[in-house]
Design a binder for this molecule. Structure first.
Ligand SMILES: Nc1ncnc2c1ncn2[C@@H]1O[C@H](COP(=O)(O)OP(=O)(O)OP(=O)(O)O)[C@@H](O)[C@H]1O
Length: 270
């Protein structure tokens, strides 16, 4: 099915920041994703929903080049990402979080954010030895930047805690900050509200919008919490068996009979 590429009105006429065309991947005989198309506006918040096993995380793995597509193309800010490594694609501007949190548990909260700055730090040993003052200056600069990022979720006070000791919700928030530290144009969030209580989820929604506004980036998220998806996304794509069966605004999606049958009907909108 050819799906229309919807972008919010304010993004019309601008080049999409992320564009995938006819993207697909087969694992042996299983077609996990087929004919996936997306054109994301530069400051758009979009969602991907669908039943378990529908292919949502596989799409994130395709967009970040963890998986090589069997078919289709991905353009990031107009540049083809084919053949690039995961690290190169991150440097080109896509950052992500994972369904199963992947933090450096033994490192501190601040160190986890510093890892995100990664490629912009000078790590060459000789440079460090011979230009000590520059080194310290840079370190102070990165410390300040890390604290600014931690401030988004009011986590400055946790900077020296071990990441592994944080409560679950805080670990999820830290993972978002580490992804943000890589300076992305597109942020992919895999079930950001999973395991959060309603108050945390509400706060996360506000913060995701704030991140979009402050950093002027696009955010694509996978989420099973329908209140969250319907409350925050401008465009939602519904996947079933690896294919987009509907795409539209939250209102259109909630009223689409195909979606209700494939997904919403089974669990209902809370
Ligand atoms: N590396 C792989 N090798 C073989 N099959 C895979 C691989 N990765 C994903 N799949 C299969 O692709 C399909 C889509 O899986 P995926 O994890 O993308 O679903 P999902 O929509 O993210 O599900 P959930 O909501 O449960 O996270 C599943 O049938 C899965 O078993």
């Amino acid at each position: 099915m050819e799906t229309p590429n919807l972008v919010p009105e304010r993004e019309l006429g601008k080049m999409p920041v992320l564009q995938a065309e006819h993207l697909g991947i087969d694992f042996g005989g299983l077609t996990a994703v087929d004919d996936f198309n997306i054109a994301m506006g530069r400051t758009e918040i979009s969602g991907l929903i669908g039943p378990n096993g529908a292919g949502k995380t596989t799409i994130f793995n395709l967009l970040t080049n963890v998986y090589k597509p069997t078919r289709g193309t991905i353009l990031l800010d107009g540049y083809d990402t084919a053949g690039k490594s995961v690290v190169e694609v991150n440097k080109m501007g896509i950052a992500r979080t994972f369904q199963n949190i992947r933090l450096f548990n033994k490192m501190t909260v601040e160190e986890n954010v510093l890892v995100g700055f990664g490629n912009s730090m000078s790590t060459h040993l000789l440079t460090d030895v011979f230009r000590l003052s520059k080194h310290w200056k840079q370190e102070a600069e990165f410390h300040d930047k890390a604290m600014d990022l931690l401030g988004i979720f009011s986590m400055q006070g946790l900077a020296h805690e071990r990441a592994g000791n944080l409560p679950y919700g805080a670990q999820r928030r830290l993972e978002i900050l580490r992804a943000l530290a890589t300076n992305p144009k597109v942020l992919l969030l895999d079930e950001p509200a999973a395991g959060m209580n309603p108050a945390e989820t509400e706060e996360l929604m506000e913060n995701i919008e704030k991140i979009r506004d402050d950093f002027q980036i696009a955010i694509l998220l996978i989420e099973h919490d329908m209140n969250f998806v319907m409350g925050i996304c401008e465009v939602i794509g519904v996947l079933d068996y690896g294919r987009i069966i509907a795409k539209g605004t939250p209102e259109e999606i909630q009223n689409d009979p195909k979606v209700i049958e494939a997904y919403l009907g089974k669990q209902g909108v809370k």
